[in-house]
Structures are given as structure tokens and as C-alpha cells.
Ligand binder design. Structure first.
Ligand code: NAI
Length: 328
């Protein structure tokens, strides 16, 4: 039976992969994959990795020498994989779509929580504080949603915003004909939007797409939501804008320095990352720990497609979920 070395394994991963797996022996490792522990994959033709595993050139070199042939990313994004280094050494397979609904619904959940101050209200009422002072939000109906990236998730998010009666504008280098959506340059989107939601991948072009200059164009009341990748936002610029009240608020499911922090319980540790420490303390910031994908449907689909990717590779089938250097 072929073996898979499965890194950064969490209880929910094990539950869903064990439910679906019938063909492979899966060796679960709790640690994140990095050059220092890549040797754990010895004897495994496949390595299964996630968003914060360090799949850099060094890791790839070690894995390739150990006989690993495939990296099974159990996620859509692959910005943490050195695709150039993988070329000619290993195949890199992803799960391009497991539930765009999971991510888009979480994005809207974050906006509602931020705008209507639901976490604050919840904490108050648990303490029998039924005051409404400071909880005022604004109607989403009639406001403008600016969507950056209109792929699978962006499109579902557009539908959700439409349901709320919002005006929708979007920016994407590949604009499509989407009913009721006006495609604009990103500068115009920054100027006009009441909420801005990021649904583009992290690439050289999109890194820090939200920087100081972008924020300077935005309404002072604008809410920024990021369920895509942390490095789409220059977090220090965002923090300064929040401090100087140049922006209405931010809801972040991802953070540029999330690796080593997110997905883990750090509640009994001294977190020395001052940027995130200041962000969590702001009343107009909500942070979730890269959980937008976390629904039963998504976990089921991730396990199914990841294992099917490996089967297809072993059966010599065409690999429709392979990503190569030119795609990055
Ligand atoms: P997709 O590939 O279907 O769509 C991405 C869209 O972004 C495409 O339409 C593309 O043309 C557009 N795009 C590319 N460069 C752009 C730019 N410079 N400006 C504006 N748009 C640009 O991807 P999908 O499935 O919609 O996922 C989007 C992102 O969501 C992923 O790349 C990933 O980073 C993130 N994600 C986050 C999850 C979470 O749990 N927080 C889970 C799954 C995905």
C-alpha cells in the first residue's frame, strides 16, 4: 500500500481523511512540513501539505531525494510552494475548489459581525449588559460592495451581496460578463466601495494590493475583508490607518505573519507579534484563524479530491489539478 506523509495534521483532517481513505496508508504528523523535518516523509511517494507548510526549494530537494514524487496540497492556494524548484522533480497537485460557499459565506459573516458589532454584543449580554450604546452599524442594502477577484469564491460572494441589495463593483484582470456587476479599475473600486472583499490569489502583482496608497483612496467608513491571503494587505499600513481613523474597520481571516500562529492554541503563550497584538485589541477589527474553509462539505471535498489526485497520478491519468511554475 502506498504511503502518504501528512503534515500539519489536525483532528478534523484525520477525521475526514480516515472516513474517505481506503487505498493508502496515511502517516499523520502534527508538525508543519519544513526542511528540518522533511525526512519524516521517507518511504512515502506522496506528501500532503497545507497553507502554512514550508514547501520551499530546500524542502523539495530533500523530499525528491527521499523518493517523494507528488506533493498533494489539500488547499486551493499554492503560494507557499516553490513551483520553480518542483519543476522536473515533483508533481504539485491542488484542490482548486472544495467549497466556494464556505469561504464566501464566512466573508459575509465577518462583515455582519464587524458592521453590527455582534461579538461585542454577545460578550455584553453574557454579562447581562443589555446596553446598545456603541453598537450602531449601517444598512448593507443600497451600499457598494467592491470585490477584488471574481473567480469561484468572488462570484459566490457577489451573489450573497446581491441578496443583500448591494450595488456591486469588481476588479479582475479577466473581467467577465456578470449580471449587475460593473468592472472598474482598482483605484475606482477603492474610492467607491463601502465594503471591500479580497478574493484574488496571492501573486507578485497582488502582494500588498491593499497598501497605504490604496487605503488613502478609500472612504473613511470603508470595511475591508480579507479571506484570501494575508500578504494581500500591508498590515502595518492597515494598522496605521485604523489608528488614525482613516478606515472604518477590518475583518481578517488571514494574516501575513500567520504561519506558526494561526491554527494553534497560543492562549498560554506570550505572543510577541506586536502588529497582531494591536490588531486584536482594536474594537473595529475581527480576526478569525484562517477558518473560512472550515465546513463539513469543504472537508469532505478536500479529502476526496486530494486522495483522487494521488490515485490519478499512480494510474498515469491526466492530472487536471496539477499546478506548474508558469501558473504562479
Ligand atoms: P479562482 O482562481 O477561482 O479566482 C481568482 C480570481 O482572481 C480570478 O478571477 C483571477 O482572474 C483573479 N485575479 C488574479 N489576479 C488578480 C488581480 N491582480 N486583481 C484582481 N483579481 C485578480 O480562486 P478562488 O477559488 O476564487 O480562490 C480565491 C482565493 O481564495 C485563493 O487564491 C486563496 O488564496 C483564497 N482561499 C482562502 C481560503 C480560506 O480558508 N481563507 C480557502 C480557499 C481559498
Amino acid at each position: 500500500m502506498e504511503q502518504i506523509a501528512f503534515f500539519d495534521a489536525k483532528p478534523y483532517d484525520k477525521e475526514w481523511f480516515d472516513r474517505i481513505n481506503k487505498d493508502f496508508e496515511i502517516r499523520y504528523y502534527e508538525g508543519r512540513l519544513r526542511p528540518e523535518n522533511a525526512r519524516l516523509a521517507e518511504g512515502c511517494k506522496a506528501v500532503c501539505a497545507f497553507v502554512n507548510d514550508v514547501v520551499n526549494a530546500k524542502t523539495i530537494e530533500i523530499l525528491s531525494k527521499l523518493g517523494t514524487e507528488v506533493i498533494l496540497m489539500r488547499c486551493a492556494g499554492y503560494n507557499n510552494v516553490a513551483l520553480n524548484a518542483a519543476k522536473d522533480k515533483l508533481k504539485v497537485l491542488t484542490v482548486p475548489a472544495y467549497s466556494p460557499y464556505a469561504v464566501a459565506e464566512h466573508a459575509m459573516g465577518l462583515i455582519l459581525a464587524l458592521n453590527r458589532k455582534i461579538p461585542k454584543a454577545y460578550i455584553r449580554t453574557r454579562d447581562f449588559n443589555f446596553s446598545l450604546v456603541g453598537l450602531t452599524g449601517f444598512d448593507l442594502h443600497g451600499k457598494t460592495a467592491g470585490i477584488i477577484g471574481t473567480g469561484r469564491i468572488g462570484k459566490v460572494f457577489i451573489d450573497i451581496c446581491r441578496g443583500f441589495g448591494m450595488e456591486i463593483i469588481a476588479h479582475d484582470p479577466n473581467p467577465q460578463d456578470i449580471e449587475g456587476v460593473q468592472f472598474v479599475e482598482k483605484e475606482e473600486l477603492f474610492k467607491r466601495s463601502d465594503i471591500i472583499s479580497l478574493h484574488c490569489p496571492l501573486t507578485r502583482e497582488t502582494r500588498y494590493i491593499i497598501d497605504d496608497a490604496a487605503i488613502a483612496l478609500m472612504k473613511k467608513s470603508a470595511l475591508i475583508v480579507n479571506t484570501s491571503r494575508g500578504q494581500l494587505i500591508d498590515t502595518e499600513a492597515l494598522l496605521s490607518a485604523l489608528n488614525e481613523k482613516r478606515i472604518g474597520g477590518a475583518a481578517l481571516d488571514v494574516y501575513e505573519e500567520e504561519s506558526g500562529l494561526f491554527f494553534e492554541d497560543n492562549s498560554d503563550k506570550i505572543v510577541t507579534d506586536e502588529v497582531i497584538s494591536l490588531l486584536v485589541s482594536r474594537p473595529n477589527v475581527i480576526i478569525t484563524s484562517h477558518q473560512a474553509f472550515l465546513t463539513e462539505e469543504a472537508l469532505h471535498n478536500i479529502a476526496e479530491v486530494t486522495l483522487q489526485n494521488f490515485k490519478d497520478y499512480l494510474d498515469g491519468k491526466e492530472l487536471e489539478n496539477e499546478v506548474k511554475a508558469k501558473d504562479s
